[in-house]
Design a protein around this ligand. Structure first.
Ligand SMILES: Cc1cc2nc3c(=O)[nH]c(=O)nc-3n(C[C@H](O)[C@H](O)[C@H](O)COP(=O)(O)OP(=O)(O)OC[C@H]3O[C@@H](n4cnc5c(N)ncnc54)[C@H](O)[C@@H]3O)c2cc1C
Length: 429
């Protein structure tokens, strides 16, 4: 299946050379899913000299990994400060540090390939939607003190000079954020892994996984794999392949818009090179790509609208922040499905001997998938037990078959909480 029409598929580099599986193979590890979680796991395994086969139902990077916002930064979907209150400072710091290491590892893996992968200046701004300077300062101080971050407070004047909107108040710069052509990154990583021995089969959905004594038989349409270990990295596309994982995965659709070239009009709105997100629960995020276009992300919804309707909705969101851009045109809009857990933390662990999972990276997956891949690979190769740092989060039931309704209701409740906070804190509207 071809990649969907996105900014990423329009600017993708050379093809990855793969073919569907048409034979029987015995191997040490079979990874199911060729998104960043699966490819990172495969890469981690072959780097540790473990024989591994990866199966992808469509094409490598076809899922969320090849069509996201492209923001790469430390941390999780769940707030780091919430982790402190749940787990204590020491445990939360260890988890957070793993995500920082993952960003470092990504940087190492792209050395020499930056031109086709890295986009724009490093650094991103989080702009506060709320008139709460003290709250922003407190957050910056806490993150720097507890997690050794380097966040830099930006006054509302500085934010207003850089982003010409009435919507924002104060903000902060995270100088460590990178922005990526995410499809090129997944394909680059897959090529590196292939060069180290990973065998990748695309257009090869795993249909069933059967236990065979202490091994796993993975059945696909035209071949099968017998492996000592199986790793599920299927995210929001898992369907019913593994019931325990399926019932713990909430598939959530979310969206991105690419505008047409804005030319000199871009400076009427955005005068800073840094990517932006706001701090609402139901936030928007955006960055400049290509020839002065905006790549604008946000929203979740129960049913995926048509592409034309989607472009209109996303443009409306953009114009609610930058009304002075009225008249600009959408070029293309697309959606993708993320796999969320109830606790908004990754699910990284073992169901039974040799049966692993690496999923639940919804909302914040570029670095955390890398971390998940490393922990699972290291556990299989060396009995490393660090993956157990994630055991408090578990595989809680997400309410299927009503998952999409639950996701939609959660989003509406987030919007309501944002609106209540605006009416409590903001005086300028
Ligand atoms: C629109 C959007 C914007 C986002 N923006 C950001 C961002 O800016 N920064 C960030 O950090 N994160 C972002 N995310 C989240 C991030 O993209 C994901 O968390 C991450 O890519 C998840 O990777 P994954 O490998 O777990 O899943 P995916 O990339 O979805 O990969 C799962 C793969 O498994 C395959 N698969 C499923 N079932 C089978 C099977 N039975 N057999 C074989 N293959 C199978 C699928 O075909 C798919 O390719 C965004 C997500 C979306 C959708």
């Amino acid at each position: 299946m071809a990649y969907p029409d996105t900014y990423y598929s329009r600017t993708v580099g050379p093809d990855l050379v793969t073919e569907p599986l048409s034979e029987y193979i015995e191997t040490k590890v079979c990874v199911i899913g060729g998104g960043l979680a699966g490819v990172s796991t495969g890469m981690g395994l072959v780097e540790r000299h473990i024989d591994c086969v990866l199966l992808e139902g469509q094409q490598v990077g076809w899922g969320a990994s090849g069509r996201n916002g492209g923001f790469v930064s430390a941390g999780f979907s769940q707030s780091a400060l919430k982790l402190v209150s749940w787990l204590g400072e020491s445990h939360a710091k260890r988890l957070y540090k793993l995500t920082c290491n993952a960003v470092d590892l990504i940087e190492q893996r792209i050395i020499g390939f930056e031109d086709s992968i890295v986009e724009g200046e490093p650094g991103s701004i989080t702009a506060s939607w709320f008139d709460d300077e003290k709250g922003v300062r407190r957050y910056v101080d806490d993150m720097n003190r507890i997690f050794d971050e380097d966040l830099q407070f930006w006054s509302r004047q500085r934010v207003a000079e850089s982003y010409l909107t009435d919507r924002y108040f104060d903000g902060f710069l995270n100088p460590r954020t990178l922005c990526f052509q995410s499809l090129n990154y997944v394909l680059h990583l897959a090529r590196l892994a292939q060069a180290s021995g990973l065998r990748i089969f695309d257009a090869t959905p795993a249909l069933r996984v059967q236990k065979k004594k202490d091994q796993w038989l993975v059945i696909t349409p035209s071949g099968s794999i017998l492996a000592d270990n199986v790793v599920y990295a299927c995210s929001g596309y898992i369907g019913s392949l593994q019931p325990k994982l399926s019932r713990a995965t909430l598939p959530v659709a979310t969206y991105v818009l690419l505008t047409q070239e804005l030319g000199s009009r871009l400076a009427d709105a955005v005068r800073s090179p840094y990517a932006v997100s706001d701090n609402r629960f139901s936030s928007n995020y955006y960055r400049i790509v290509g020839n002065r276009r905006l790549l604008w992300g946000g929203r979740v919804s129960m049913f995926q609208p048509s592409q034309k309707k989607l472009a209109g909705l996303m443009l409306k969101d953009l114009l609610s922040v930058y009304p002075q851009l009225a008249g600009i045109q959408a070029d293309v809009a697309w959606g993708g499905t993320m796999g969320y857990a109830r606790h908004k933390m990754p699910q990284i662990g073992q169901l039974s001997a040799g049966e692993w999972y690496c999923q639940g990276f919804g909302g914040h997956g570029m670095a955390t998938t890398t971390l998940g891949g490393e922990l699972i690979a290291s556990a299989i190769a060396t009995d490393d037990t660090r993956y157990q740092l994630f055991s408090p989060f578990g595989l809680r039931y997400v309410g299927k078959p009503f998952g999409p309704v639950i996701a939609q209701m959660a989003y509406w409740s987030y919007q309501l909480q944002d609106a209540l906070r605006v009416s409590r804190l903001n005086r300028k509207f």
